[in-house]
Design a protein around this ligand. Sequence first.
Ligand code: HPA
Ligand code: ZN
Length: 326
Amino acid sequence: MNITEYIKKIPKAELHLHIEGSFEPELMFEIAQRNQVKIPYQSVEEVKKAYQFSCLQDFLDIYYAGASVLLYEKDFYDLTMAYFAHCAEENVVHTEIMFDPQTHTKRGVSFETVIKGIQKAREDAKEKYGISSLLIMSYLRHLSEEDAFETLEQSLPYKHLIKAVGLDSSEKGNPPSKFEKVFEASIKEGYVPVAHAGEEGPAEYIWEALDLLKIARIDHGNNCLTDKVLVKRLVDEKIALTVCPLSNLELKVVDDLKDHPLKKMLNLGLKATINSDDPAYFGGYMNANFLQTAEALDLTKEDIKTLVKNSFEYSLLSDDEKQKYL
Ligand code: HPA
Ligand code: ZN
């Protein structure tokens, strides 16, 4: 079997996916029309043309604008089911889905509406495709810690449906230390902490995520490579990185996929995984990320095996559940 076939066929886990970032323009138009919400584009082609980003903030502005057409439980259901259909097609058998409640509650959509739509899709995807999934509720770091506390409070009636808390949105200027207290409270409620760190922000933010937020896994983490002591710690403590190559390319974290540090991360003994982040915006789901990265970096089947094994091993599944896949 050649490496392309191998990548397509091997059962994979996705650990870094923003459900709002899987919102394809076609569905965005359909839902905008159904909800009678105006969007500043005339056609799907026009939307796609707007997807040219020079940094994370460029992307976030468009991402939040796109999410503004989501109003009802059915919208969140349709969005999530569309993502699961991609998973089924690409042999993604387990996925850890991030959602940003504040992107919606800030617009007057209730927490209940968001989570009920997503949850129904999770149940149907399990039934229809056999895909397992869990949820990571992500706090928006450009908002205040007080705001995150409000979100934590709103989540409590649905605690049984949520596995973890995350931290996303504009990284620079919003260090993990800003959210130390709300992460402490989230851990007390039983949520596993993870956080975006070192995507655009410095290695220092990764130290903070480890020491102050007590995170179990780092989202992105690219900038750990600027700090040898930090790399050693991540290797020693087996803190996995959820790396997103096509996202890194589109947001100019790397200039060329050939310069992507993924292979270097593996060589250093870092527990890297491959993920799609916001596939509707960055030009590809899991298999596109694997295939294009493998091509650019000359990854071997052994490398792919390691990456896929890491994705299950460093998932937030219980040890018993992991055994099914390892
Ligand atoms: N980084 C930070 N925030 C995000 C991202 C990302 O890659 N995607 C969606 N929100
Ligand atoms: Zn992300």
